[in-house]
Design a protein. Sequence first.
Length: 364
Amino acid sequence: MEFYPNFLIARWSNMKAALFSILTLFFAIHLQASEKPFQRFSALPVLAYSEETSLQYGAMLLLFFKPVEGGTQVSSIDLVALGSLENQYQLRTKPHFYFLGDKLFMPSEFSISKWCGSIYERSAEGSFDPLDDYENFHFYGKLPFEMSFGIPNSLPVRYGLVFETDYRENTLDSAWQISKRFQDGFFAGVGYSLAYDSRDNFNWPTRGFYARFEENFYFGDFSFHREKLDFRTYFPIIWNTTFSIGALWQQSRGSSIPFDYLSGPDGTARFRGVDSHIWNDTQAMIWQFELRKTLFWRLAGTIFFETLQSGPHFGKLFSNQIHTSVGFGGRLALNRSEKLYARGDISLIDGKHIGLTIYLREAF
């Protein structure tokens, strides 16, 4: 499961002050290390607001490491530290390391937070408004080992193992009840993955194909398993423009599934501009279509269209309501040599709700 800082998603009702956080993107250039000969880091200040958290403040730091042991890929660490005037905090890191001549790739993720969130009706037909709000203490760790040992360098295939751990304590704001086994507890997971990746760049691909299947089995206070199939393809067209297509299928099955491990949007990358737990169900399918274009200096832009389908089984994906997100975004290059951008996206959800997403790296 991937986790994203909640301040990066805002509805229009909370967006006035949240828009101020866009301005922090334009100060990033002054906090970057020199790109000659190798850029070591980039930093972004963060300032935002929501009704649930009040004023939010913090910083994002990206560290870059030269290829080692005969490899060609640049390793990196994403660090995010956030606080709020409501005594909430988030500490998150995403180390992406290549070892042994790029034969071993470890896209890890670790976080600890005390933050707030919302619980939504479990259905694609559910309301855009939450059933309840909650405060959450959460620790999460994910350690994948993606390998290509024994595979020719000409064949861009990786196989691997995935290990996860999760501990949470949730406090609901109202009398609306959800079974405690779906609120608090500790569980661990183990899984496997298989990937094909012919993209020409990890951060800003302009051509190539990516496919990855992952299955995870969880045990502890929760018992369930998840499957995910991720397809992406990229075509260069005209005027430094790339047409990108993404398709993501998810399934969560078991006797006790945490509400935030159900299948559905994450709100920042796959179906942008909504809270990450909305319209979740046992299965979900997300389609994404995007045009990306580099402009001038460190700037780039995108326009996109996305659809979300969810349901209790595969047949219901096509009979339940289909949600849509259409929008555009701006990009600011934090590391030009690695084509790594900070992004701000504005989405129109189902033709009537406006969402704002600010984050690092591309959505897919």
